[in-house]
Design a protein around this ligand. Sequence first.
Ligand SMILES: Nc1nc2c([nH]c(=O)n2[C@H]2C[C@H](O)[C@@H](COP(=O)(O)OP(=O)(O)OP(=O)(O)O)O2)c(=O)[nH]1
Length: 159
Amino acid sequence: MTERTTDPAPHEPRRDAGPGQGAGVVVVAGALYDRGRLLAARRSAPVELAGRWELPGGKLEPGESPEEALVRELREELGVEVEPGERIPGEWPLKPGYVLRVWTARLLSGEPRPLEDHDELRWLSRHELDSVDWLDQDRPAVAEAALRLPPAPVDGARG
Ligand SMILES: Nc1nc2c([nH]c(=O)n2[C@H]2C[C@H](O)[C@@H](COP(=O)(O)OP(=O)(O)OP(=O)(O)O)O2)c(=O)[nH]1
């Protein structure tokens, strides 16, 4: 899906001006699922967010669809290939001018590694979701992501 944009300078992150979409920089994050678990990532920067846990992702760039941004960000940050799924309904304010939108995603290949922006990753099963210190702004998104967590397969297959 292609969303409308204003006319950002080429070096600036994409700003969204669609009706009812809210203005601001869109941060696309992934609720990445594998074998009944959700991936949580601990930020290493900036200092005010370091040590807190989030759903990995990043800013939408000009000309990208959210799904393309998600695939790119998770490749860059984690070194994995993912298949985006549905958008999790909702939009969560981050710092002023930034909003978080979340898509489900399924791990296709690779084992996530904290290559950029993070210093630790954890796969959390449903009963472990409260075991990390999520960024406050991510908590409602994580709650929605948890509702969509696929059941753990009995045969160890991916899904
Ligand atoms: N990716 C991500 N960022 C989040 C979340 N919650 C939250 O407050 N943020 C903030 C942290 C950053 O200030 C901003 C996203 O920036 P980023 O640093 O992850 O994005 P990016 O990879 O495109 O950035 P850059 O290093 O290329 O500048 O949103 C979240 O769940 N996921």
